[in-house]
Design a protein around this ligand. Structure first.
Ligand code: SF4
Length: 169
């Protein structure tokens, strides 16, 4: 039996778009209940901003639209940063890690924070992706349901979306 095609979310119209809008409402209802004040000024999660996670087409397009509103020199500065660096604490081993292309390595923050993907919004605020320094004491219920809903959409890595859409981002 063929697998049911995953709904896409983005430029497509109709059912896929409506399903994405419903998902965004559910996600907001979850994130609105998160203990975000604890995260003010903290970048402990940022050290987990590794390349290779997947996002939906709608998230990819939202990021592209956001980048188009940002100063070109800022976008280029972050794009040109070295994202593969020695593994902190294991420098002698030669092991490296590659950060998300949207992490600002100089300012140590997310350069697309207002449009960050779903995984970035729930990191630190669910039991399976807990705050790495244990500062967030309470996580809202219902994250599993929202995540299951999210998983119904087609997702690719940022690099795969860039290749698929011809964006050199
Ligand atoms: S999009 Fe932002 S928050 Fe998400 S992994 Fe990249 S730098 Fe981190």
């Amino acid at each position: 039996m063929r697998a049911r095609p995953l709904p896409q979310a983005g430029l497509i119209e109709g059912e896929g778009q409506r399903a994405w809008e419903v998902f965004l409402q559910r996600r907001s209802q979850l994130t609105d209940r998160m203990e975000m004040e604890t995260c003010n000024g903290c970048d402990a999660c940022g050290l987990r901003c590794m390349q290779g996670f997947t996002i939906t087409q709608a998230e990819w397009e939202e990021i592209q639209a956001y980048l188009a509103t940002q100063p070109a020199d800022t976008v280029a500065r972050i794009q040109n940063q070295q994202k593969t660096v020695p593994w902190v604490g294991a420098e002698d081993s030669g092991a490296t890690v590659t950060y998300c292309q949207f992490r600002d390595m100089e300012k140590k923050n997310c350069s697309i924070y207002p449009v960050r993907p779903t995984i970035c919004r729930i990191f630190g605020h669910t039991w399976w992706l807990p705050c790495p320094i244990g500062a967030v004491k309470h996580v809202p219920e219902g994250a599993e349901t929202v995540w299951e809903n999210y998983r119904e959409f087609e997702r690719l890595t940022i690099e795969e979306w860039a290749q698929k859409t011809g964006e050199n981002k």
